[in-house]
Ligand binder design. Structure first.
Ligand SMILES: [Zn+2]
Ligand SMILES: [Zn+2]
Length: 228
């Protein structure tokens, strides 16, 4: 078996599972070290989104979360596996723009482990992409990733291409119109909303806000991203 990133040969540790070896895509130990794991219990991270906070201000929430909390009636308990560092950026670029879809597979096992240990069970749902963009990329990488996870997967949102004419709206009205997602399928159970990367949090907040507007829906919504 060869590492998907550096192509070096990987030795398989003898174990019971090797009696029935399963071929799966993975990175070598050296390449895994290039990804920085986020320690959820660690200091210096925002309590709500695990983003970095200024250690000296002793704030529990980062500035971004404080900003979103004023706009949305929702306090996330976002969880993420790895820092969005240079390696993560490069790999995600290769996956999303060069179409090297297999590179997402090594993260499946790590995510399953994380979901099992640190999050409540729920239906997995992904942040949808524009269908135009999907046509260009031909494969929905996030869906490819999510359908390999241990919990059932379903789409509940669609991404809208156009928001209503905004030019004549007041700023406040524009903020309220800033919901690029619409419910296509009414959720009934607890959800885990998954995205590849959480940067400003805007997408995640908009997605959760849209889900919360589903008729008669008041279950738990958790959010997770591979990178933060
Ligand atoms: Zn490697
Ligand atoms: Zn935060």
């Amino acid at each position: 078996m060869r590492c998907l990133l550096c192509n070096s040969k990987m030795k398989q540790q003898p174990s019971f599972s090797n009696l029935f070896p399963q071929k799966h895509n993975d990175f070598c130990a050296f390449c895994w070290q290039l990804f920085e794991r986020i320690d959820t219990q660690g200091d210096g991270r925002c309590q709500t989104c695990v983003g970095l906070v200024d250690r000296y201000t002793k704030q529990r929430s980062c500035e971004q979360c404080c900003f979103w909390n004023e706009m949305y009636d929702y306090i996330p308990n976002h969880r993420a596996l790895f820092c969005y560092n240079e390696t993560a950026k490069e790999v995600l670029h290769q996956i999303k723009f060069l179409g090297d879809c297999a590179l997402i597979d090594p993260f499946v096992m790590k995510t399953n482990e994380y979901l099992r240990n640190y999050m409540n069970k729920g239906i997995i749902t992904a942040i949808p992409s524009h269908s135009e963009r999907l046509k260009k990329r031909k494969i929905d990488v996030l869906k490819h990733f999510c359908t390999q996870l241990d919990y059932p997967f379903e789409f509940f949102l669609v991404k809208l291409l156009h928001t209503p004419h905004q030019s004549e709206q007041t700023k406040q009205a524009r903020l309220q119109l800033d919901y690029p997602f619409e419910i296509q399928n009414n959720p009934k159970h607890d959800l885990i909303v998954i995205d590849d990367v959480y940067t400003t949090g805007a997408t995640m907040y908009q997605a959760v806000a849209a889900l919360q507007q589903a008729p008669n829906y008041d279950k738990e919504i958790q959010t997770f991203s591979l990178f933060r």
